[in-house]
Design a protein around this ligand. Structure first.
Ligand code: ADP
Ligand code: K
Ligand code: ZN
Length: 430
């Protein structure tokens, strides 16, 4: 079986035909929520407003604040008795937003996640260890149900307790795992510190998602754990994981366009950017019944990869998420993304797996401080060597982000570690 779901193999024409039909149905369904009913009426929008995929631009956008204003369930478009699950966004930025699912929403979500896992080679005979937090966060149950749908023995091991994770892997012959990238880096470093070789683990595939990470971080995860690591993108407003996923080419993530209608726009004008340019990802649900969302502004910055994927799938790919529009730091007038810093840090082989970016204000001037852990075997080195390394890192960072940060090398395992999404930026300015 080449594809888990025939929709995976659709041509552009088939995809777009389905998108138009599903968008029309979504408009009819969304109308049952007052927020959309009012907006559609004001703008004169009916399902007939959609004749082609581009007509999506006639529709109003939905923001996170809109969702918050409809808390706890005013966006629902089915009776309460038909809702069987809720999740909430992890609240990385502000108060949480709540998503409600019908059974059919859960089924299509699980199918999408199963499709992702199947695409990278996970099969029913494999054991899948889900090492993310469960609870309201969609990453836990989302991957869990997807792996079960595919037929894997699915282990809800959750995050943390590193030694037990390794024990479970060995005892149950875990081949695939889902791990948040910052925790995967930590886990890999822990393996190295325990003097174990990656080959001692049965692990072959790691799915990493939920937070931005660089290509350099992926390569470290692959090396430390002896795996292929695949980037997984999703957000609770669009179910959770299973929105976009890398194929085995490991070059961009295919967005499942039979289920979501993606656009990339200029975050200020909301006009589409030229193909291949970076902008804000906007998405519309095409299959959701309990709580459809029209043109959701994700705040995530990425671009379409425009050439055809050698894997043959026609679902368009998005590039690794550069960061959220809200993550952008403006220091001394320069725009900086945390991922630019990570990319540089990971180039240095002496540098460990954990880092934090601190913003301070001294005498009314913003300062950027980068604290980075050094690998255990390097900390014993001469102070002068460490200072030299700090200078080298600072100057590489300066050429990447155009300002010179203070680089502080700290001891292995001395920075706070998280099992959920890592907090990479600490703003200490008033
Ligand atoms: P919150 O917005 O509270 O973090 P979610 O748990 O729904 O809520 O997280 C979704 C967000 O996580 C996305 O909008 C994106 O910013 C980030 N994210 C998810 N997967 C990835 C990924 N593979 N790469 C980068 N960022 C990701
Ligand atoms: K099985
Ligand atoms: Zn592909």
């Amino acid at each position: 079986m080449l594809y888990f779901d025939p929709a995976e193999g659709w041509s552009r024409e088939e995809i777009e035909q389905a998108q138009v039909a599903r968008l029309r149905a979504t408009i009819a369904q969304a109308r049952k929520a007052p927020i959309y009913c009012n907006r559609f009426d004001e703008m004169g929008i009916t399902p007939d407003s959609i004749q082609s995929v581009d007509d999506v631009r006639k529709l109003p956008v939905t923001t996170k604040d809109d969702l918050r204003a409809q808390y706890p369930d005013k966006m629902n478009t089915v009776p309460r008795k038909d809702i069987v699950r809720m999740h909430a966004s992890s609240g990385t930025t502000g108060s949480p937003t709540v998503i409600h699912y019908t059974q059919s929403d859960l089924d299509s979500w699980s199918d999408l996640v199963a499709r992702c896992l199947h695409m990278v080679g996970v099969r029913p005979e494999h054991v899948f260890q889900n090492m993310t937090g469960y609870g309201l966060f969609t990453g836990g149950l989302g991957l869990h149900y997807g792996a079960e749908r595919l037929g894997c023995l699915t282990m809800p091991s959750g995050p943390g307790n590193t030694k037990r994770q390794f024990m479970l892997m060995k005892d149950f012959n875990t081949y695939a795992a889902h791990i948040i990238p910052s925790y995967a880096l930590y886990l890999g470093a822990a393996l190295r510190d325990m003097g174990m070789a990656p080959e001692e683990l049965p692990l072959g595939i790691v799915v990493t998602g939920a937070e931005p990470h660089t290509e350099e971080a992926r390569q470290r995860i692959e090396k430390l754990l002896g795996v292929k690591a695949y980037n997984s993108y999703g957000l609770s407003e669009m179910n959770g994981p299973g929105v976009a996923f890398e194929c085995t080419e490991q070059h961009g993530m295919h967005i499942w366009e039979d289920a979501f209608l993606p656009e990339i726009v200029d975050p200020v004008t909301l006009e589409p950017v030229a193909d291949g340019e970076i902008g804000e990802l906007i998405m519309t649900t095409l299959c959701r019944t309990g709580m459809p969302i029209i043109r959701y502004r994700t705040r995530d910055l990425t671009r379409f990869i425009t050439d055809e994927c050698p894997c043959g799938r026609q679902h368009r790919r998005i590039d690794r998420i550069l960061g959220r529009a809200d993550d952008m730091l403006i220091i001394k007038g320069v725009n900086i993304y945390p991922m630019q810093v990570e990319r540089v840090l990971m180039e240095f082989s002496e540098v460990g797996e954990n880092y934090v970016i601190e913003l301070e204000r001294e005498n009314f001037i913003d300062q950027l401080r980068v604290k980075v852990e050094i690998k255990e075997e390097h900390f014993v080195e001469d102070m002068r060597v460490l200072q030299g390394l700090q200078r080298k890192i600072a100057s590489r960072l300066c050429s990447e982000i155009l300002i010179t940060p203070r680089v502080e090398i700290v001891q292995h395992n001395s920075l706070p570690k998280s099992e959920g999404k890592a907090q990479r930026v600490v703003d200490k300015r008033e």
